[in-house]
Ligand binder design. Sequence first.
Ligand code: NAD
Length: 285
Amino acid sequence: VLFTYLHLAPAPELTRALIDSGAICIAYETVETDDRRLPLLAPMSEVAGRLAPQMGAHALERPQGGRGMLLGGVAGVAPAKVVVLGGGIVGYNAALIAVGMQADVWILDRSIDRMRELDPMLDGRATIVMSTTLEVERALEDADLVIGAVLVPGARAPKLVTREMLGLMRPGAVLVDVAIDQGGCFETSHPTTHSDPTYVVDGVVHYCVANMPGAVPISSTRALTNATLPYLELLADRGFERAIGLAPALARGVSVVDGQVTSQPVAEALGLPFVPLAELVGEAA
Ligand SMILES: NC(=O)c1ccc[n+]([C@@H]2O[C@H](COP(=O)([O-])OP(=O)(O)OC[C@H]3O[C@@H](n4cnc5c(N)ncnc54)[C@H](O)[C@@H]3O)[C@@H](O)[C@H]2O)c1
């Protein structure tokens, strides 16, 4: 049984190899609870969100090409303005750290329900605004750091900041595109690595590392294994068929079994036949 992040939809060769192996393959990223949460993705979003202001603050330093702003300001000097696009798990955690660093924090989201939750969660210490093109443009004009954290489930990230809109921004302002693993929410984003994390377009510094949690492997591994261990114990103690019967969330993560693709989105993305899991493992599933 292979139980890890798989991301098979864009990976035909990997999928073929797993089909040929005959192994049971369970994808962390599609393990889904009854209330539609993704418990094995959430810890990485928490880590990436908490890292984003830290990486952005570093990129804002003048020797790094940034404006030369201290996030929290000092007595008599205004703090930097941090704009967080998307107030989900990444966005909340980014805002929490930016507020803790004494920045002037703005969050833009489209979900009124989520915005109602965020206000008390952040103790009223961030300004929370409905995300429209007009509000994004307004926020960009005096932003020092913009953190992209939007997600539309099952779709590429929407491009909330076009190249033209970079012209509204101050020279040396910083964009951190956490959503880069879903294509990025700035038109000018392209994936970068920890060894060369930033580049400049039209005077604006871009940080677009696709695997941000890799920068802090001790914290990330602990956060991830806290979430995966209960499922691992179930698999080890009960075996695959009993485990997926006891934990429907785990069953939803099963992607390949005995050479058959049991994930409909993966089968559709790669043009392969889809076989429902229940047909392969009978009543246990
Ligand atoms: N780069 C990395 O290392 C890394 C790590 C973890 C997660 N991520 C990515 O970060 C992104 C966010 O993940 P998450 O777990 O916070 O998702 P989430 O679903 O918890 O939050 C996404 C938020 O975006 C909001 N949103 C959607 N469209 C919007 C719009 N047009 N304007 C403003 N807000 C909008 C939603 O209402 C929601 O609150 C995802 O793309 C995820 O894959 C990247």
